[in-house]
Write a protein that binds this ligand. Structure first.
Ligand code: ADP
Length: 549
């Protein structure tokens, strides 16, 4: 724009200067022509005077001007520059015609005789002849030639002046336009022509502000959603360059400055190479990525634009460690259940076949019957425990919480188990104070019963079990302390697993199924309670259940 205005001003100045020059040259030419005719007239009058006074016309032979004497019929009588005889009749020359009619005449025209532009002045003498004086005419070119030095000086001067003026005028015109504040476009007085532009700017500014607000809101929404997602999320372009990622990616792969880098900087494992290939080929991929501790499912979907071209990909990285672990445990549980059920059933089948085929003596048949009875009992308690566990899985015990006195529950359990404890010569006592909790009674009863049952089962002859109820740090607790066989450190973490037993035959003989502590762990987690275990091998075990406040 600056250039255009600058050029425009310069061009206008140049045209104006050219017009002025033309005008000046024209005027100058006119002045010169008039003064030449005036001088010719004076000379003609002088010469005519001297001819009238008797001077011979030949005496003007050496004159600089061309002097011609023409008779009234147009015949050239004398010419000081040319042979008069060779000259054609001049009667039709305009200055001659005028002189014959009015006494004098003048003209400026191209002379065929001399082949150049001439100025003529003709004067009628008293004898009727015409005296004509002529000189080389003034031409525009000769005027220009004469004016050339001042013209050049003026052109140079005005060009420089025009350059400066154009520069300053341009700056002056553009200054207020350049100073327009796009945030608050205002118009200066004298610039009413750009009012439509200012209105448009205001409109655009409002539109852009609205769009920015909308974009910021959408971006914030997106950030809140993506940052609160437990899944890792990545957006890449079609070449696999990471455009953005959420917080979970950082927690999975550590704090990384990965935006703008290739996806493979995260990891170069086979899983990530497959995902990368998927992005390049614009196809959906699902793959598993395993670290030492975790297992992730990576889902990659290409982003297709309106021209059905891939413009990038969305990648979700989901932690499925727990899911995989649950599936593994379920598989293990199913295998264990089948195994645990098969053993007593095989025994029952064997004993019953012996009886059926009459191989067993009536005396032995009695023992076989007792064995069948024991295995069936074990089978029933196994099935019961499995049912309890599956009901706990379904949350069936989570009936409405009720106000429960832990001391009463513990008393009830110890009374129920006392006959069994006495059989084993184990003393069981309940201690502590009345302590209220809010929980479903069946669940609490089941949990504490299993713990007390184990404390008797894995005790020594003459041992004891002490169950204490109380509150510590505002949290109700129950401690079951026995003086039994204790648990070796390597087993302590595993005894809460399903079907895990330290000594299979001891557990089996005591009617154990390996599911008691799993039921306890499940119940505690449903109640929001913590379990701590302290044990010294051959000295005893102390298990504490802390209920929520
Ligand atoms: P089980 O039906 O075999 O008793 P549990 O799940 O109740 O199954 O217990 C798992 C294992 O933990 C038992 O086989 C036993 O070896 C050990 N255990 C549980 N409670 C005690 C305890 N109070 N003292 C010593 N060992 C225990």
């Amino acid at each position: 724009m600056t250039k255009k205005i600058f050029k425009g001003i310069l061009f206008t100045a140049f045209l104006t200067m050219l017009a002025c020059m033309t005008f000046i040259i024209g005027v100058q030419y006119q002045i010169y022509s008039d003064s030449q005719l005036q001088s010719l007239k004076s000379k003609a009058e002088l010469i005519s005077q001297s001819i009238e006074n008797g001077t011979e016309i030949q005496s003007f032979d050496g004159c600089e001007e061309r002097i011609t004497l023409i008779s009234p019929d147009g015949t050239v009588i004398y010419d000081n520059k040319l042979d008069s005889g060779s000259l054609e009749n001049h009667a039709l020359r305009s200055e001659i015609k005028d002189a014959l009619n009015t006494g004098s005449g003048s003209s400026v025209r191209y002379s065929d005789t001399l082949s150049q532009s001439n100025s003529y002045y003709a004067l009628k003498l008293s004898d009727g002849n015409i005296l004509r004086i002529s000189e080389n005419g003034i031409t525009v070119f000769s005027v220009i030639l004469q004016l050339l030095p001042p013209i050049c000086a003026i052109i140079i001067f005005t060009s420089v002046l025009a350059l400066f003026l154009a520069y300053f005028v341009t700056q002056n015109i553009l200054k207020p336009i350049n100073a327009i504040d796009p945030q608050n476009p205002k118009i200066e007085s004298g610039y009413e022509e750009i009012e439509p532009l200012i209105t448009r700017l205001r409109f655009q500014k409002n539109k852009i502000n609205r769009q920015i607000a909308e974009l910021t809101r959408s971006q914030k929404e997106f950030e809140i959603i993506s940052d609160n997602m437990s899944e890792g999320m990545l957006l890449t372009d079609k070449n696999g360059t990471i455009l953005t990622h959420n917080k979970s990616i950082t927690s999975i792969f550590g704090t990384l400055d990965i935006d703008g880098k290739n996806l493979l900087v995260l990891n170069r494992s086979r899983a990530f190479r497959e995902v990368f290939d998927g992005i390049i080929e614009a196809k959906h991929t699902e793959t598993l990525f395993k670290t030492d501790e975790k297992c992730y499912e990576i889902t990659e979907s290409p982003v297709i634009d309106e021209n059905s071209m891939s413009c990038g990909a969305v990648i979700f990285i989901i932690d499925i460690t727990e899911k995989q672990e649950r599936e593994r445990l379920r598989r293990e549980f199913t295998a264990n259940v089948s195994h645990e059920l098969k053993t007593p059933l095989t025994s029952i089948l064997g004993f019953s076949e012996l009886i059926k085929n009459g191989i067993a003596d009536p005396e032995d048949a009695k023992d076989f019957g007792a064995d069948i009875h024991r295995e069936t009992k074990r089978l029933i308690s196994l099935v019961n425990d499995i049912i309890k566990l599956s009901r706990l899985d379904e949350g069936a015990f989570m009936t409405a919480s009720e106000s429960l006195n832990l001391k009463n529950t513990v008393n009830e359990i110890t009374e129920k188990l006392r006959p069994i404890a006495e059989q084993k010569n184990v003393e069981i006592t309940a201690e502590g104070i009345d302590t209220e909790i809010q929980a479903p009674e069946a669940l609490v009863f089941e949990m504490l019963y299993n713990l007390c049952d184990n404390a008797i089962k894995y005790n020594k002859v003459g041992g004891s079990v002490t169950v204490t109820v109380g509150t510590r740090n505002h949290r109700p607790f129950v401690t079951i302390k026995d003086t039994g066989i204790g648990i070796a450190p390597e087993h302590r973490d595993r005894i809460f697993e399903r079907f895990y037993t330290v000594d299979k035959s001891r557990s089996k003989n005591g009617g154990g199924t390996g599911l008691g502590l799993s039921i306890v762990k499940h119940s505690a987690s449903a109640l929001g309670a913590d379990i701590t275990l302290e044990s010294v091998l051959n000295k005893g075990t102390e298990i504490t259940v802390r209920f929520p406040q």
